[in-house]
Design a protein around this ligand. Structure first.
Ligand code: ADP
Ligand code: MG
Length: 225
């Protein structure tokens, strides 16, 4: 489990996060949704341990892998970027080939990672995470720069990784379709506070606030897809 209690975070005088309690289990995919500036990345950074909250308690039961919203590759080949990230000592080459194929990066393996496009770079960043095992995968907008095919590759790789590892996934997205496809539970943030916490259907059928009603009215969802 990952649990937080009474977490607050301020920048200057402005409180950007104020959450009384949340918990995340292994085996569950949770999507954090909300408009720009609602505190999604701040929450993920705190959960991943890269940012300290001003107050409150964080308990992390297990190993976490974290993909920041912007992550820069090392100035070396795509293959070396991946090999460099692999913690296992025994099957590095096999793991590397497997993820290169899965995320359609094989054609770029000899290319300097600094010359990749935004979408390719995002796939490489995810590849560098998924070569290792973990209990919780924390992903901040993992496919924001991806095209349709890139989105499918990224979602497929995350789903497969989760099934294989039995880990928990905590991720942000601005895509309602992605949230519907991946999430067991959605947490909606409004101005750093939890506005909703439940399944997609629960939230759509019984929104807790006027703000949520307005926010989800922008999400056109086809449940029959
Ligand atoms: N290092 C920082 N210094 C000052 N303000 C920040 C900093 N990081 C984030 N913020 C502000 O905190 C708010 C929440 O940011 P963030 O968590 O990145 O939002 P989101 O990911 O939901 O778009 C935003 O208004 C942002 O401008
Ligand atoms: Mg963000």
């Amino acid at each position: 489990m990952i649990e937080i209690y009474d977490i607050t975070k301020k920048y200057g005088n402005r409180t950007v996060l104020d959450i009384s309690s949340l918990s995340f289990s292994k085996g569950e995919t949770v999507v954090i949704a909300g408009p720009n500036g609602s505190g999604k990345s701040t929450l993920l950074k705190i959960l991943a341990g890269t940012l300290k909250a001003d107050s409150g308690k964080l308990t992390v039961g297990g190993k976490v892998l974290y993909l920041p919203q912007q992550s820069l590759p090392f100035g070396m080949t795509v293959r070396k970027n991946i090999l460099f990230s692999i913690e296992s000592r025994t099957d590095k080459e096999v793991r590397c080939d497997e993820i290169l194929r899965k995320l359609n990066l094989k054609a770029f393996e000899g290319k300097n990672a600094k010359t990749l496009s935004g979408g390719e770079c995002q796939r490489l960043a995810l590849a560098r995470l998924l070569v290792n095992d973990c209990d919780f995968l924390i992903l901040d907008e993992p496919s924001s720069a991806a095209d349709i095919e890139g989105n499918e590759l990224i979602e497929g790789a995350v789903k497969e990784y989760k099934e294989k590892n039995g880990c928990g996934v905590i991720m942000t997205t601005h895509s309602p379709r992605q949230a519907l496809d991946l999430a067991d539970r959605i947490i909606m943030l409004c101005d750093g506070r939890v506005a909703e916490n439940g399944s997609f259907r629960e939230i759509l059928q019984n929104p807790q606030t006027e703000w949520t009603k307005k926010f989800i009215s922008q999400w056109s969802i086809d449940f029959n897809r």
